[in-house]
Design a protein around this ligand. Structure first.
Ligand code: ZN
Ligand code: MN
Length: 499
């Protein structure tokens, strides 16, 4: 773990300033400028290639319309202006996995500009993160290092890549996390990207700086450090928190922050230096002479706007406003389309009135997610699409609790069995004999037996030792194997214990 310790009061004299650059592969059948398939994951090296993406002389690029549409839809969902003309430009640099010697990207005229995404923080406040631009480019190939050799696999070269860049509007690690979570939910809702970080389909690069309040007042910024190759949102959050402390410590000691690229060492929980100064880079951008400027008609934009689904933020608002679901649960439930779908199916079976959706939301984000997290590879809530419990059966379980057929604790047990077997809750309750006992005669009988077996404790209670009530209540629940209706059992015990 990090041993950094910048005093909190020192940190409070600075403002953290973060801009986020996200590269998201667009979900298309074919590559950006050729007909090669994009299903390169797990494919033998260099089997998804052709003269164009191998950069053979004379091969010409052709623009993939599906990738352009995905980018425009992303821009619209992020409240961007869609430019009437976009230009593909060559970004020149040399790297083994870039056979052309340049990447086709967009520079002065990107497809989308000047948007925003509103994010919700855990304290209940909302913040707006401005989107500077969303442009379309091509992915590079990959270098695979084996012993003394480096091997090049060009299967990924030319896969369409959307680059989404924010203004420097992020001011805490939590805001960065909330931004990425909402952005990924939006991309997945649109169906434009898988958003799978572990497969490299989504890559985040925060640029991080701090400035004093005096600098802020003068409109000045500190020196930016870029963190590369982060492979989880948690790593993004941790690296920003680490850099905030590190940079403040450097400045407080009278030093200067250097403009460098860093990587994140997950094991040591710290950033590590990757390369030196980047500002010397001159990519010598110029319009690609092989590709005509893209003209985007307003009719085309209107047509694509009409294809946008209900986005996570709108869904969240609907759960809150129409169904009375608390914001914290509404945010979790809309963080993945599969989760929202499951929830809505369950609401349809359970009912919309009387705070029922909130009750369902509590059970779902509490008990059901606990089982989901303990299963498979853990944190991915999209697993909900594959669980054995049907939404209607989930609703039926909560109805059994409502109707006091089973008590809430038994309900949790039944849910576990449902999760393992997929059986419906009525069958499980009948088969395992779990029905709740609220029959007064059964409870009375149990209480009578307990009093007989614990005469000394009963006498002490009656002599004024009132804390023994809990002991008797526990005995009643145990005698009924946890199936007694707790309210009914408590009422009868209070009555009978007086003697
Ligand atoms: Zn190709
Ligand atoms: Mn890029």
């Amino acid at each position: 773990m990090s041993t950094l310790t910048a005093a909190p009061e020192a940190i409070s004299r600075y403002e953290l300033v973060v801009g986020m650059e996200v590269h998201a592969q667009a979900l298309t059948q074919s590559k950006m400028f050729c007909r090669c398939a994009t299903d390169y994951q797990g494919a033998p090296p260099n089997t998804r290639t052709c003269p164009t993406c191998l950069a053979l002389p004379g091969a010409l690029p052709v623009i993939n319309q599906a990738a352009v549409e995905a980018t425009i839809r992303t821009g619209l969902a992020l409240n961007c202006r869609i430019n009437e003309m976009a230009v593909f430009a060559r970004k020149n640099y040399t790297y083994p996995d870039l056979p052309k010697g340049y990447q086709i990207s967009q520079y002065e005229l990107p497809l989308c500009e000047h948007g925003y995404l509103d994010i919700d923080l855990e304290d209940g406040t909302t913040r707006r993160v401005r989107i500077r631009r969303v442009h379309l480019e091509e992915d590079t190939g990959r270098s695979v290092h084996e012993g003394d050799y480096s091997l090049i696999d060009l299967n990924r070269a030319g896969v369409p890549l959307m680059e989404i860049v924010t203004e420097a509007d992020i001011h805490s690690p939590e805001e960065a996390y909330a931004y990425l979570t909402r952005l990924r939910a939006t991309l997945r809702a649109l169906g434009v990207s898988s958003g799978d970080m572990e497969k490299g389909a989504l890559r985040c690069e925060p640029n991080i700086s701090v400035r004093t309040l005096a600098q802020k007042a003068r409109g000045e910024y500190g020196v930016k450090v870029e963190v590369k190759n982060l492979n989880s949102f948690r790593a993004v959050r941790s690296s920003i928190a680490y850099e905030l402390e590190r940079q403040v410590k450097v400045l407080e000691a009278g030093g200067v922050v250097e403009q460098v690229n860093m990587g994140w060492d997950e094991a040591r929980q710290r950033t590590v230096l990757q390369r030196g100064k980047e500002d010397a880079h001159d990519y010598r951008y110029f319009p690609d002479p092989d590709l005509p400027p893209l003209r985007i008609s307003r009719e085309e934009v209107a047509r694509l706007a009409a294809t946008l689904p209900e986005l996570p933020a709108a869904k969240r608002n609907r759960y809150e406003q129409a169904w009375g679901v608390r914001r914290v649960e509404a945010n979790v439930l809309t963080s993945e389309a599969a989760v929202a779908h499951y929830f809505e199916e369950a609401v349809a079976a359970y009912g919309e009135g009387d705070g029922k959706p909130q009750r369902l939301a509590t059970w779902m984000t509490g008990e059901l997610f606990r089982l989901l997290y303990a299963d498979g590879d853990g944190q991915d809530l999209r697993q909900i699409a594959a669980i054995k419990i049907r939404p209607a059966d989930f609703a039926a379980l909560i109805k059994l609790v409502d109707a006091k057929v089973i008590n809430p604790n038994t309900g949790k047990k039944v849910l576990e069995i449902m999760y393992a077997t997929g059986d419906d809750p009525h069958t499980i309750v009948a088969r395992e004999g779990l029905g709740m006992v609220s029959d007064a005669s059964v409870i009375d009988e149990a209480i009578g037996a307990i009093f007989a077996a614990n005469a000394a404790e009963l006498a002490r209670y009656r002599a004024g030792e009132e804390k023994l009530f809990g002991f008797f209540m526990g005995q009643v629940m145990r005698a009924t194997k946890g199936k007694a209706d707790p309210a009914a059992a408590k009422a009868r015990l209070e009555e009978l214990i007086k003697g």
